[in-house]
Every structure is written in structure tokens, then in C-alpha cells.
Design a protein around this ligand. Structure first.
Ligand code: PEP
Ligand code: MG
Length: 588
């Protein structure tokens, strides 16, 4: 039986495919194997490597049949890595020496990944991540753990999905994502956008609707979900895809030009990335730098934190990709909230979004942040660029002072080794907690820039968990309460003469980008896939129109009115909305 349901659009694009239901299996962590003898350990390592290779090869073949040769090639290469003698024999050697087999596989893979990461060749260095992915797969085979992944490329339907699971899914397996829970600013939705996976979230009754269904189609731009679509539905979707393709090509044609309004008000557009591998896509999309490098993703898909060496290599790759003239803002790891890292052993908390998250980790895990900062200094020294750093979740003056203190301590440690070390680190604060916004004039005197995280700012200003689908009506960052807070931050920054960027999802939404530019925000940073849409939106308006829009937005009393004003301006300029970030609309 076919049916339609409406959710909230979260990542653009249309996906059609078999339904695969994800069911969580409880907490992860590093399994430890009880093995009777060293001989048994060796046998199990070899079998697990073979099993992982066979799984990967089978996936590669299926992707090939589905005419996805690029994705198939990646998986076929990973299949070979799983049985790479250099890794398997080293793991066996370590296990014979008495190491737990799981630890042995991870240690052997890590050693191999580090050799790759240290290579000057960017392509080979990028393979380090693949080696770690493969090791996780071998460990799962070793511990009899199920791979919570579809066997064939599918549209995933779930209540909610941990971002780490999507991050470690082989490319091409998830055609689309439909969630009963979540919101467009939950990290899993942000990740889906950066992976180009069409997604719809907060879909009421999703799991009941897909029970027994074979196929699902979803439109990540309208938020519509079709369960077991008919031939006419599929034809209509294909036609829509053609129309949108033409619109997107028109927006992409502006890529060579600096982003600006008709009358020349420049608004640099930067990219949000989570790995140096994203730099290629960002540069292709015309990004003028990186406004947010979400470094916590370097801590996922593994069983121990990345070493300082590894981090140097990752940060250096990103810096070198953009060169000395374009900044790469590295955000210290935002661990906590909905991004938990099991191996760090952090305490469970009743309210993780209000708990020991991000810069607050400095209290118990100071070395984690110091390692990151040393790696940033060293990477910039090696790449010959000025480093840029910012801290998430800053709430107090003391937090800002703590960041500056850690930064200086890390520099002294690097300089003492005689390594190349730049003279300064451009230092910023993420403004995403209301207290930081209130303290903006004082905080602005301590640092070089602000970057507003509208995802968290909205969650904290409106006291609405960003991942809770029941709170959709409170989760629109265009709410005047959020916009008035942004205006206060811009005013505070202006007093000290420092620039303000926005790197939350609102910056990637054309309507949001217009309002933010009108409020005096200096730079916008968004997923590479959103840059064409916001560049096209800005190119169609004047600075005067933007300021008038911002004034109306500040005087409004709800988000719907603000969106209507912004869409009125967008619509007056052009027919149809450009492809961009999600329309962060309230729940239908
Ligand atoms: C934000 O909160 O807006 C932000 C950019 O940070 P994150 O989404 O990673 O929490
Ligand atoms: Mg945030």
C-alpha cells in the first residue's frame, strides 16, 4: 500500500531505494575477547580479516552492479586492506606476544595508518582513514559483532541514528535517510548534508508507515516521503530532479565570483568541514576558506584518541589545501552532547547538552585539548600559515581566558622542542551559549573573532533540545529571539572591532543567509553543498534591501513571519528557491 508522509527537510536531494530499518543495539566500546590460547587468537584474527575482506568485496560488487563504480572501487581497495599482510601479520605477532586480539588488530592498523598519514602524498595520506575504518570492521568480525549496516544500498529508516554510525558507513550504502526523530540541526542531519545523503527528519509515524514496505522515496527538499511509490510518483520525482538540476547549474555558474550583493557588499563564504578530505569538495564549491573544522570527527571511528602526530598531519593537510591566503578555522573538539566517544570514558550525564561538553572537558581532560593545540601550532609551522582556532561552548570570561592560557601553554611546549612555530594564533570564540552572547562586549576584547553557532544558540535560547522532534516549533533559528541575540553579539563585536562569522546551519539556508548579512554578520560558513544557493541569493539583492529585511526580522515576533519576509525578498528576485541548506521550517 503506498502512502505519503511529511517530515522536515534536512538534506537536499531525492532518494529512492529499498527500505532498511536501523535498530540500535546498545552502547559500543572496545570489545575484549576471551581466547583460550595464542594459537586461537591467531586463527581468529586471520578469519576475521578474511571475513571483513569478503564483506567489503561483496559490497563492492553490489555497488558495481548498481552502476556506482567510484564507490565500488573504494570498497574493493578496503577489501584488500583488510587482508594486507603488513597489518594482519603485525596483529598476529602482537597477539602471539600476549596482546588481546582486538587490541592487536587496532594497534597494527594504527601503526600502518600513521605511516600513511605521515606521507607527503595527500592521496596516500588520506588512506589512513580507510585503514582505520577497515580495522573497525575487522574488530567487529572478530568479536562476532553485527555490522549495523544495510547489505545493499538502501534508504535507511530509523527512530534516530548516531552520527558516528553514519560517519563510518561505507560510501554508497545509504541512499537516503528518514528519521522519525531528530531535527535539521541534529548532528546526524548536518553529517548527512555534508555526505550528500538526501534526508528527512521528524517524520511522524515513520516506522509504522514503513513496516512491511519494500521501497521508499524521499525528497530532502520538500520533506515528503513516499512509501512504496507508484510509477506515476516515480515519474514526477524524476521530472522534479530535472527542474532542480537546471536551477542548481544556474547557481553553480556563479562559483568563480566572490560572494557579494548587487551593490558590492562582500560576504565571504567559507565551508564547514569535518576532515581534510572535505577540502576538495569545499574548494570546488568556491569556498573562500574553512569557517568551521569540526575536529571531533577525527575522534570517531576509532578506539583511542588520535595521536598528536596524526592530528598534525590532518590539520596540515587542511591548511595546505587552502594555502596561506585562506584561513582554516580549527574548532577544538566539541565532544559531548550528541557526540559521545565511548573510549574516552566520560561520565554518563542526565543532560549531556547541558553537561561536560566541549571546552568544559578542559577540567578533566586538559591534555586532550592541549594535544590538539600543540598539533595546530605544529601543523601551521610546517605548512607556513597562520593558525586559526576557536573553542565551542564558551559560556564565561573564564572559559575564554582558559582557551588563551591553553593556547599559550601549547605554544611554549612546541617552541621548546625547536619545531617551527608561528608567532601568533588567530583565536576565536563560538558564541552559542546565551551567557556568551550577553558578555559579547567583554569577550570581544579577549579574542580576534566570534563565530556564532546558531544550532546550539537556538537550542539554548529557546530551551529546546536540538535533537528532539517534538520541539520542532521551537527549533527555527530564524526566531526573532535568536536574531536579536545575534544582533547583540554583532554590536558587542563592533565595539571591539572584531569580525563576526556564523557557522551554524542558518548560514547555509538562503533565507537565513540574507537575514544574517542584513544584521551585519561579516562571514558565513556552511556545508559546501549550500554555498551555491547562498551565493545566488546574495547576488540577487542589495545591501539596503538586506538591512531593511533585518530590521523587519528584528521587529517580528515569530520565526514564520521572518521566513515569510526573507522568502518574499528571495521570491521577488527569482522564481523558485535555490538549492541550499535545509529550509528549517516548523513542523507541519
Ligand atoms: C552550532 O552549534 O551552530 C555549531 C556550528 O556547532 P555544532 O553544530 O557542531 O554544535
Ligand atoms: Mg555547536
Amino acid at each position: 500500500m503506498s502512502g505519503r508522509i511529511a517530515g522536515i527537510p534536512a538534506a537536499p536531494g531525492i532518494a529512492v531505494g529499498p527500505v532498511w530499518r536501523y535498530r540500535p543495539r546498545g552502547a559500543g566500546g572496545v570489545p575484549v575477547l576471551a581466547v583460550a590460547s595464542r594459537g586461537e587468537a591467531e586463527l581468529r584474527i586471520r578469519r576475521a580479516a578474511d571475513a571483513a575482506a569478503a564483506q567489503l568485496q561483496a559490497l563492492a560488487e553490489r555497488l558495481c552492479e548498481m552502476n556506482r563504480p567510484g564507490d565500488a572501487e573504494i570498497l574493493a581497495a578496503q577489501a584488500l586492506m583488510a587482508i594486507d599482510p603488513a597489518i594482519v601479520e603485525e596483529a598476529v605477532r602482537l597477539a602471539r606476544g600476549g596482546m588481546d586480539p582486538v587490541e592487536a588488530v587496532l594497534a597494527a592498523a594504527e601503526a600502518s595508518a600513521q605511516v600513511l598519514a605521515a606521507l607527503d602524498d595527500a592521496l596516500l595520506a588520506a588512506r589512513a582513514g580507510d585503514v582505520r575504518d577497515v580495522a573497525v570492521r575487522v574488530v567487529r568480525a572478530l568479536s562476532g559483532g553485527h555490522l549495523d549496516l544495510p547489505a545493499v544500498p538502501s534508504v535507511v529508516a530509523a527512530d534516530d541514528l548516531p552520527p558516528s554510525l553514519l560517519a563510518e558507513t561505507p560510501p554508497g550504502l545509504v541512499l537516503g535517510l528518514a528519521l522519525a526523530g531528530g531535527s535539521p540541526t541534529a548532528h546526524v542531519a548536518i553529517l548527512a548534508r555534508s555526505l550528500g545523503i538526501p534526508s528527512v527528519v521528524a517524520v511522524p509515524g515513520l516506522l509504522d508507515a514503513v513496516r512491511g514496505a519494500a521501497t521508499i522515496a524521499l525528497d530532502g527538499e520538500s520533506g515528503e516521503i513516499l512509501v512504496d511509490p507508484g510509477a506515476a510518483d516515480l515519474r514526477a520525482l524524476a521530472e522534479l530532479q530535472v527542474v532542480r538540476g537546471a536551477r542548481d547549474r544556474a547557481a553553480a555558474a556563479l562559483r568563480g565570483r566572490p560572494a557579494a550583493t548587487i551593490d558590492g557588499q562582500r560576504i565571504p563564504l567559507l565551508a564547514n568541514i569535518r576532515s581534510p578530505d572535505d577540502a576538495v569538495r569545499a574548494l570546488e564549491a568556491g569556498a573562500e576558506g574553512v569557517g568551521l573544522f569540526r575536529t571531533e570527527y577525527l575522534f570517531l571511528r576509532r578506539q583511542a584518541p588520535p595521536s598528536e602526530e596524526e592530528q598534525v598531519s590532518e590539520y596540515r593537510r587542511a591548511m595546505e589545501a587552502f594555502g596561506p591566503a585562506r584561513s582554516v578555522v580549527i574548532r577544538l573538539a566539541d565532544i559531548g552532547g550528541d557526540k559521545s566517544i565511548p573510549y574516552l570514558g566520560l561520565r554518563e550525564e542526565p543532560n549531556p547538552f547541558l553537561g561536560v561538553r566541549a571546552i568544559r572537558l578542559a577540567q578533566d581532560s586538559r591534555e586532550l585539548l592541549l594535544t590538539q593545540l600543540r598539533a595546530i601550532w605544529r601543523a601551521a609551522g610546517e605548512a607556513g600559515v597562520t593558525p586559526h582556532v576557536m573553542a565551542p561552548m564558551v559560556a564565561t570570561i573564564a572559559d575564554a581566558q582558559l582557551l588563551c592560557g591553553l593556547r599559550d601553554e601549547a605554544r611554549s611546549a612546541v617552541a621548546a622542542t625547536g619545531a617551527a612555530c608561528p608567532g601568533r594564533m588567530v583565536t576565536g570564540l563560538m558564541i552559542e551559549v546565551p551567557s556568551a552572547a550577553i558578555l559579547a562586549p567583554e569577550l570581544a576584547r579577549l579574542v580576534d573573532f566570534f563565530s556564532i553557532g546558531t544550532n546550539d544558540l537556538t537550542q539554548y535560547v529557546l530551551a529546546a533540545d536540538r535533537g528532539n522532534p517534538s520541539l520542532g516549533r521551537y527549533q527555527d533559528a530564524l526566531h526573532p529571539a535568536v536574531l536579536r541575540t545575534v544582533a547583540a553579539v554583532v554590536a558587542g563585536a563592533d565595539q571591539a572591532g572584531i569580525p563576526v562569522a556564523v557557522c551554524g546551519e542558518l548560514a547555509g539556508d538562503p533565507a537565513g543567509a540574507l537575514v544574517l548579512a542584513g544584521l551585519g554578520v561579516d562571514e558565513l560558513s556552511a556545508d559546501a553543498g549550500s554555498l551555491d544557493g547562498i551565493r545566488a541569493a546574495l547576488a540577487g539583492v542589495t545591501g539596503t534591501e538586506l538591512r531593511a529585511l533585518a530590521a523587519k526580522a528584528l521587529a517580528a515576533t515569530d520565526a514564520e513571519a521572518v521566513r515569510a519576509y526573507a522568502n518574499e525578498l528571495l521570491g521577488a528576485k527569482r522564481e523558485g528557491r535555490p538549492r541550499g541548506g535545509p529550509a528549517i521550517t516548523v513542523r507541519r
